[in-house]
Design a protein around this ligand. Structure first.
Ligand SMILES: NC(=O)C1=CN([C@@H]2O[C@H](COP(=O)(O)OP(=O)(O)OC[C@H]3O[C@@H](n4cnc5c(N)ncnc54)[C@H](O)[C@@H]3O)[C@@H](O)[C@H]2O)C=CC1
Ligand SMILES: O=C(O)CCC(=O)C(=O)O
Length: 630
């Protein structure tokens, strides 16, 4: 039987994202007047040694001489070393724990710092090969044990050879001293680890480059041949999505590209090829043509509420899961609607513009209080119903109209028809969703049914109002004022021009689709939508998915998970289970959920199977998408 492979891991900038001596310098030099200069000198010496420009032993001694290090400083760094774990190491803890008997940690660093992380990874102390600090009686660091080969140049290959390992040796690290292990013949393969720092000379000397532990495990066949390193999963975010989302997705190991504006259909068709996850806001039209070109797309996120910009049916027909953030910006929209209502009732926008022109016009004519007026809310969903509560709190009477049965909050009254609502309201606020049937929901006929001088707010979608008809009604004085946040044709970026028949009209407040654009809302949306994407990518969870059956799933533990999305047609589950049985899979758990067009089957299986045999699952009739997680 072949002897098992030993995996030898460097520590600094490999298992942890720090360089120990630089982190110790920060602690030991805190508050010292020359701290920055000494810190820079320490970093320069580390770089020279790791790039192979300075012998390791000399660099180590010179750095230790520069620092007033004590036992307390070392203890302080050791206490927080688990927090410094490299991101891709932290998400692959299972690999370390399950293979601890095949792992060696090899480092020119210090035992006190490495030991806590080694214990966390279940690597036994005798497999931690590193330097030992020596202290004087006052606890000051005076150097390292000189007899240890790791304190000198060429130490790493010597130590590995001395182990006399019977099987192949694979080295992974970021520095020249790691490359030397392979160059000296003490390792059979060397992976240059570049997640934290990338050194050309080290990469050039390596058999392979590992931008993350996922890539290393994949290259070594350690995660199973079906696994796909997360860094190879490309996420494209458009329309200036909040950095909270980018950070969260990158931290989880995915490759994220973020663009400021929206893309038109042709540009998006080009951009979406090879992309696994697309994130948009309200302006990017994700049409059937775009989806057809999206050869790798698994998931799509609308970092907003509305999903009318996405062809949900076409996405479902390709097994592409679509998510949104249904609640994160609702409060922001409601607050703006309240503010705009007051501004319209008091003619604030025109009075302010006049003041800017140098005109003083103190008058109560036409200015009215909010209190006692009737607010008509069209669309009593998450936003409409929240507005209802706030408006009542401000003393308004509320009536609402919705197509579906909704619980009336407070004293709000349901109106059986839109016309009845229009006839009774002093202020009409639109909060319907952007379905196509809502095009021109408010046109000339509806405007003519509103009370003389009533106000109209549209913070829903541009096509819901016929803006030509609204401009006419405003010009004729039938409507007393309007606040419009959304438009049938919105510029794709801030650099593009805006035009509308509503421009220049009296008591009309125009805002550039900013109902949900508050810092709070954008951060909350970023975090929420990113979590939904991660739940889907990492465990197949479709909670809050708007176009596939919703299944809430826990993390897969001790099993492999097969995700199978198919057309909802008779016999798929039976065929799938026949194929699973033929592939020799032992099923540990299975969920099936369907809606009228799609079925979603999640099968957790024992890890012991032939991956090739799984290919047959792709040919089960009706299959739209098939994915393996482990
Ligand atoms: N201006 C902005 O920045 C923002 C705009 N929005 C828009 O606001 C819309 C509403 O958001 P939510 O309240 O969260 O959605 P929601 O889905 O919770 O509520 C929409 C309600 O409108 C009702 N509805 C749809 N068509 C109707 C019709 N013709 N007549 C009467 N009721 C109708 C639905 O039954 C539903 O109860 C979103 O779909 C989005 O288009 C959302 C956030 C920010
Ligand atoms: O600000 C955005 O991206 C769009 C907000 C919006 O309209 C929505 O959430 O549906």
């Amino acid at each position: 039987m072949a002897e098992p492979t030993t995996y030898v891991f460097d520590f600094d900038s490999t298992l942890v994202r720090i360089e120990t001596l630089e982190a110790l310098a920060d602690i030991a030099l805190a508050g010292a007047p020359d701290a920055a200069a000494i810190r820079a000198e320490v970093a320069a010496l580390t770089d020279q040694a790791m790039a192979g420009d300075l012998p390791f032993g000399e660099a180590l001694r010179r750095r230790l001489t520069l620092l007033p290090l004590t036992r307390d400083h070392v203890a302080e760094l050791a206490a927080r070393i688990l927090d410094e774990g490299t991101p891709s190491v932290r998400r692959n803890l299972r690999f370390f724990r399950e293979n601890a008997d095949r792992i060696v940690i090899l480092s020119g660093g210090f035992r006190e710092i490495i030991a806590p992380l080694a214990a966390h990874l279940h690597v036994p102390p005798e497999r931690v090969l590193c330097n030992d600090l020596i202290y004087d009686p006052q606890g000051r660091v005076t150097g390292v044990e000189a007899a240890n080969p790791l304190s000198e140049a060429g130490g790493k290959p010597a130590v590995i050879r001395a182990l006399g390992l019977p099987g192949p040796v694979v080295m992974i690290g970021d520095g020249w001293t790691d490359a030397e292990v392979r160059l000296a013949g003490a390792a059979d393969r060397f992976h240059a680890f570049t997640e934290i720092v990338r050194r050309e000379r080290v990469v050039a000397a390596a058999d392979a480059e590992a931008p993350s532990m996922d890539e290393f495990l994949h290259a070594e066949g350690l995660a199973g041949r079906w696994s796909y390193p997360r860094a190879r999963i490309r996420i494209l975010l458009l329309e200036n999505i909040h950095p909270a989302a980018v950070e969260r997705l990158e931290e989880a190991g995915y490759t994220v590209e973020s663009l400021k504006g929206a893309l038109d259909e042709d540009a998006l068709i080009e951009a979406v090829r090879g992309v696994h996850v697309l994130g948009v806001r309200s302006k990017t039209q994700v049409s059937a043509r775009v989806l057809e070109a999206a050869d790798r797309l698994m998931a799509l996120a609308a970092f907003c509420i509305g999903t009318n910009q996405i062809d949900l049916d076409a996405a479902a027909a390709r097994g592409v899961a679509v998510f949104n953030a249904p609640y994160s910006n609702t409060r922001s929209v409601v607050e703006l609607a309240v503010g705009l209502t007051i501004a319209l009732l008091r003619d604030v926008a025109d009075k302010s513009a006049a003041m800017h022109r140098g005109e003083w016009n103190k008058s109560a004519a036409g200015s009215r209080e909010l209190r006692g007026k009737t607010l008509g809310i069209v669309g009593y969903g998450a936003i409409g119903s929240q507005l209802s509560v706030l408006a009542e709190g401000l003393g308004m009477r509320v009536v609402f109209h919705d197509l579906t049965e909704r619980l009336a909050l407070g004293n709000a009254r349901r109106m059986n028809s839109l016309d009845a609502l229009l006839a009774e309201s002093d202020v009409v606020s639109l909060h319907v969703d952007g379905r196509t049937e809502n095009t021109a929901l408010i046109g000339a006929a509806q405007l003519s049914r509103m009370k003389e001088g009533a106000l109209l707010l549209n913070l829903s979608r541009g096509h819901v109002v016929d803006v030509g008809a609204l401009a006419q009604a405003l010009g004729a004085g039938r409507i007393g004022g309007a606040a419009v946040d959304v438009f049938p044709d919105e510029p794709a970026t801030n650099a593009d021009p805006f035009d509308s028949p509503l421009r220049g009209l009296r008591n009309v407040i125009l805002t550039p689709h900013i109902g949900g654009s508050t810092e709070e809302a954008q951060e909350a949306i970023g975090a929420f939508a990113a979590e939904r994407l991660l739940a889907y990518l990492n465990r197949g969870d479709t909670t809050f998915c708007v176009n596939l059956p919703n299944v809430q799933l826990a993390e897969v533990d001790g099993a492999h998970r097969i995700l199978h999305i198919h057309r909802n047609q008779p016999g798929v589950l039976a065929d799938l289970n026949r194929a699973l049985a033929a592939a020799g899979l032992n099923i540990l758990g299975q969920h099936l959920k369907t809606d009228e067009r799609t079925g979603y089957v999640i099968t957790d299986v024992d890890r012991d199977y032939d991956p090739e045999a799984l290919q047959s699952l792709r040919s089960v009739a009706g299959t739209l998408r098939f994915r393996m997680l482990h």
